[in-house]
Unconditional design. Sequence first.
Length: 142
Amino acid sequence: MEILFHGKRALVTGAGKGIGRAMALKLAECGAEVVAVSRTQSDLDALKKEHAKIQPLCLDVGNWEVTKNALKGVGPIDLLVNNAGIMDTKEYGTYTEQDCDRTFNINVKAIVNIGQMIASDMKARGKGGAIVNVSSALWDSP
């Protein structure tokens, strides 16, 4: 089956590594213009070298206001992949309030913040689109 996204614009968070990186590359391969979001510039530079249709955006999505301001200028988005996520592997009992806030800001609040912005724009344009929220975890075997 051939999947084509010519003329579509996608935004992928957590695009620097793993699933997000693979999604950004695949969407670009399928014809989409991709805004790849990562907080690691070197990862974005590598992505940009691999595919010309990837527009890098270095951003920590865990910061609500900075994210809103940064995404105001990305233009219309047809496909959103909320993939950014973190998991601290600290021993239970050692988590601080700051650790919890950081995890919640990236894993939950960023999805709401970015999703609302993109969905509102989709509705205003009357075009619709697709929003996919991804979650994964890497567990070490005993």
